[in-house]
Design a protein around this ligand. Structure first.
Ligand code: ADP
Ligand code: GN1
Ligand code: MG
Length: 374
């Protein structure tokens, strides 16, 4: 995406139905896809009011208007359930701020799309797991998110990124990128390429099961990084699941595997110390417990059998996406330096290898919690 100009941002700010005077404007969060700002408005004697303003990434999401239709539908649906259970709909789901023309997004004169949410106060996100309890909490949040959406009319959801977790299609795209080698980087990553080609069948583990109709399609979040959950700063409990851009029909393993591959790693996703990467079973169990406590009653034994390997599949999927992006010249993920996507790739590969060594323990842990909570 092109850099955002100040003039463009001011145009976007003017388009939303904000009250008060803008007094602060900062770049916010550590997402890899959208451009996020936190704005503060002084509203008369009501004090200050914060909002989130985001430029949506139109390279990643080709139809931002459909994406916002999904989010409006999902948050409206969740709001009713939150109210019914006596929760706080202002803090337990995202609240879209409309434009002055009462639309859920704004298209600026450059053709870029913007949206805005009320800022959820007294809450924070984490890029890394600090305690097993915290990871357990995030699992309860993602698990109950899936449970609450179990009766959402899935057929009304647009596929915001077609084939988002279609590992087979991700591999095909990757192999094409290697063949075309447009920026001449393939030669230096032969070892990584070989890893994928050797493990392709195991990594595409879901594909065959889907073809055989063995796994039910559910409404899933599809981007279950721990920083997509906000925690209440007072109670320390998970408060709300955010980043709803990829809520689409999917498999339970997509949500379980993605959360584990991101946060149950001994090191950060982009750590240059790939030699230290690996799945930390001391926190893995905490996520497994929280997630299964919420979902076990609705899962089939066949689905539960996929959860351990879903972590491997998702680590490989992300590794191919990072390497694909490196090979095509860093078009998709935000990068901080030229090697960033390659460093991410190596770290995911090391994690994936370690998962295969620990797969029996990973399977046993999920089975144990499934039997306890079903
Ligand atoms: P990306 O798709 O780029 O990851 P997110 O929607 O996850 O974008 O937003 C980036 C970060 O902004 C989040 O990790 C979170 O810290 C913060 N954030 C997003 N929405 C809100 C909100 N409504 N209230 C408070 N913080 C938010
Ligand atoms: C992106 O938007 P963010 O930072 O939560 C990506 C995920 C990847 C993740 C890797 C829409 O997530 O699929 O797992 O980066 N989201 C999209 O960190 O592609
Ligand atoms: Mg995010």
């Amino acid at each position: 995406m092109r850099a955002i100009t100040e003039q463009q941002k001011q145009e976007a700010i003017a388009a939303f139905a904000y009250e008060g005077t803008l007094i602060a404007d900062t770049v916010y969060g550590s997402g890899h896809i959208n451009d996020t700002f936190r704005l503060t408005f002084a509203v008369g004697n009501m004090g200050d009011l914060d909002v989130i303003l985001q430029r949506m990434n139109a390279d990643a999401f080709p139809h931002p208007e459909q994406l916002m239709e999904n989010i409006a539908g999902v948050t409206g649906f969740l709001k009713k359930k939150i109210i019914a259970r006596g929760g706080d709909p202002e803090r337990e789901t995202l609240n879209i701020i409309p434009t002055v023309d009462n639309k859920p997004y704004y298209r600026d004169t450059n053709g870029d799309y913007w949206r805005s949410y009320r800022f959820i106060t007294g809450a924070s996100s984490f890029d890394q797991v600090e305690t097993p309890q915290q990871f357990y909490e995030s699992a309860v949040a993602f698990g109950s998110f899936q449970r609450l959406l179990a009766d959402y009319p899935a057929e009304t959801l647009h596929e915001t990124i077609p084939g988002f977790h279609d590992t087979r299609a991700r591999f095909a795209a990757f192999e094409k990128a290697v063949r075309e080698d447009v920026v001449g980087r393939a030669a230096e990553v032969q070892k990584e390429i070989a890893f994928f080609l050797e493990r392709k069948e195991t990594a595409c583990y879901f594909a065959g099961r889907l073809d055989r109709g063995e796994l039910p399609i559910r409404v899933t979040h599809n981007d279950t990084k721990i920083n997509n959950v906000l925690f209440d700063e007072e109670t320390r409990k998970a408060l709300v699941v955010i980043d709803l851009d990829t809520v689409m029909p999917g498999l339970v393993g997509h949500d379980f595997g993605d959360a584990i591959r991101f946060a149950a790693n001994f090191v950060e996703e982009d750590s240059p110390r790939a030699d230290k990467a690996g799945v930390n079973l001391n926190v893995y169990w905490a996520f497994a417990e929280g997630f299964l406590k919420e979902t076990a009653a609705t899962l089939t034994p066949r689905e539960v059998e996929t959860l351990g390997l879903s972590c491997f599949a998702l680590a490989c999927e992300l590794a191919t996406r990072f390497l694909d992006d490196y090979i095509v010249g860093d078009k998709y993920f935000k990068i901080k330096n030229a090697e960033h996507n390659l460093v991410r790739t190596r770290c995911q590969i090391a994690l994936a290898k370690d998962m295969l060594l620990k797969i029996d323990a990973m399977n046993a842990i999920v089975m144990d919690y499934y039997n306890r909570y079903r």
